[in-house]
Design a protein around this ligand. Structure first.
Ligand code: TXA
Ligand code: MG
Length: 352
């Protein structure tokens, strides 16, 4: 398949390119496009054949359901069984933005989108290119992250080009994604709303708005192995860099000491060591490749760098990765969740 790359700089409203991409979507093709969270791979969410192309392009298991992306509130009603008051509140507060809401589905949603579930995930992205594109199609656009299944989600167009060239019709090349982690997924079909995936809208944000909010036990890391996750996507290996990664958690000074000790051991075995550090600690390490996530007191910058740095370790062909843990406050919870998955639950806790 020939993949056409359309470049749109600085989020300009390039109507020709947007119309061209929208036309491909309307005809049942696939288009990767930027959103504020990560790049998405879109297809017509009401066309089973088009949706199948997404699974094929990504190499994704088809029981893992997709999020339908919309441009306007008027699009919600035909897609869902009902809009409960809690949904109204969430929409008012956080849409457009990095929040996905799970509703009871209506009968027009193909089973290819929901993986056979009786619920459907909806999101209204705030990114202008995503918004214009979806609006132009007048369709709900099914869009998972635009990476090959198992790879970290793409936060830059170059990641999408690397993974999906030859596998999709169009890639819209825009700026890097600002948030850098996939949307928060919240299930409102449970008596108490439940976070199925943490993201840019934080637990604290949701609690402030709704009062009581549950966290799916599958998220609370080490439980993950035995627990039967409600969000099917949670059971697959995700975000995994090629080299095995270990996350080291504890007071910063002890973490640095532990990472340096492990680095020495690995280097004696002739291994190339990659270290995922922060601005505050990066000069304290002797790893072969030391990459800084950002400042510890600016977790948003860490979120937007994480997936790119995991891909850089792949390029550098390191043999092992040692990663510092960070605070789990606010968006830190989502960062730790993705790092835990990247580390395949290999976590070392150090005391002091
Ligand atoms: O930020 C995002 O959400 C990005 C951008 C492109 O919008 N999309 C994204 O899609 O991350 P994807 O397919 O990579 O992740 C969707 C997640 C999966 O964990 C999936 O299992 C869950 O949402 N999901 C989708 N429909 C669901 C449903 N009906 N019930 C429970 N979980 C659902
Ligand atoms: Mg994904």
């Amino acid at each position: 398949m020939n993949t056409l790359v359309l470049t749109i700089e600085g989020n300009q409203q390039d109507q020709d390119k947007i119309q061209q991409a929208a036309q491909v979507l309307k005809e049942g093709g696939t288009v990767a496009f930027p959103t504020e969270t990560v790049y998405g791979l879109g297809a017509n969410g009401l066309d089973p054949k088009a949706v199948k192309k997404i699974y094929e392009a990504k190499g994704r298991p088809s029981d893992n359901p997709l999020i339908l992306h919309i441009a306007d509130k008027e699009e919600i009603k035909p897609l869902v069984a009902s809009i409960p008051p809690v949904a109204e509140k969430l929409i008012e507060a956080f849409w457009p933005g990095p929040l996905t809401i799970i509703f009871e589905k209506s009968s027009i949603i193909p089973k290819e989108v929901t993986g056979g579930l009786n619920t459907v995930a909806l999101r209204m992205p705030s990114h202008p290119i995503a918004h214009w594109l979806i609006k132009e199609t007048r369709l709900p656009i099914a869009a998972p992250s635009a990476n090959l299944s198992g790879k970290p989600s793409p936060t830059k167009a170059e990641h999408v080009i690397q993974d999906l060239t030859g596998r999709v019709d169009i890639i819209i090349e825009g700026d890097p994604s600002q948030i850098g982690l996939e949307s928060t997924v919240v299930d409102i079909t449970t008596p108490i709303p439940t976070i199925l995936r943490p993201g840019g809208i934080t637990y604290e944000d949701l609690q402030n708005l709704l009062g009581e909010v549950n966290i799916d036990p599958g998220i609370l890391d080490d439980l993950g192995q035995q627990y039967q996750p409600k969000s099917p996507g949670m059971k697959y290996t995700h975000y995994a860099p090629a080299a095995p990664m270990t996350m080291i958690e504890g007071p910063t000074k002890a973490v640095v000491e532990k990472i340096n000790a492990l680095t020495k051991e690995y280097q004696l075995q002739g291994k190339k060591v990659g270290i995922l550090a922060t601005v505050e600690t990066k000069d304290d390490y002797r790893g072969d490749i030391v990459l800084s996530l950002g400042q510890r007191d600016k977790p948003q910058s860490i979120a937007s760098n994480l997936f790119d740095l995991l891909r850089q370790f792949d390029k550098e062909k390191v043999d092992v990765i040692l990663a510092e843990s960070i605070s789990s406050q606010g968006i830190g919870f989502a960062i730790i969740n993705r790092m835990t998955k990247a580390a395949g639950h290999r976590i070392i806790h150090v005391a002091k």
